[in-house]
Design a protein around this ligand. Structure first.
Ligand code: DQA
Length: 143
């Protein structure tokens, strides 16, 4: 099966962005982790990043027909986007939300999560390993 792995705004500059919070791991390294874990479970991962909210909405729509599951780090749009909430809610495939940092121990504005209220599961605070865990979880849901 094919799974869709989506990344939102500012994750393209991971590695050079607020290393205290996010460490030095780059998105390219996360992509490699995702492909490796997907292969372990016999899955194929389509890994993407955008800084645009509407592009994330359109990519989520692709999971209506073309993907068995979604892993998404919506980044800051998790805290603001009702459009992403609605797009996730419209899917019947599993959607696992990932945040590198533990958003619950950060600023109060990160405690609102519109994607979490529609997602199947949420992993926050496990760093890049959260993506690996998310892929492993969708694999067990699909098995
Ligand atoms: C993040 C957490 C968000 O609050 C923040 O806006 C990000 C990254 C994370 O992966 O920890 O851009 O999604």
């Amino acid at each position: 099966s094919r799974i869709l792995v989506l990344n939102g705004p500012n994750l393209d500059i991971l590695g050079r962005r607020d290393p205290e919070q996010y460490g030095t791991v780059t998105l390219a390294e996360i992509e490699a982790i995702v492909h490796t874990e997907a292969a372990v479970h016999g899955l194929e991962a389509d890994f993407r990043q955008t800084n645009r909210e509407g592009e994330l909405v359109e990519w989520l729509h692709e999971a209506l027909d073309d993907f068995a599951a979604v892993v998404i780090n919506p980044a800051a749009y998790a805290h603001t986007s009702v459009a992403l909430h609605d797009a996730v809610e419209a899917l019947w495939v599993p959607v696992v939300e990932v945040h590198l940092s533990n958003t619950w121990k950060r600023e109060p504005f990160r405690h609102v999560d519109h994607v979490a209220t529609a997602a199947t599961a949420v992993i926050a605070g496990a760093g890049a390993d959260g993506y690996r865990l998310a892929v492993a979880h969708v694999a067990s849901l699909l098995a």
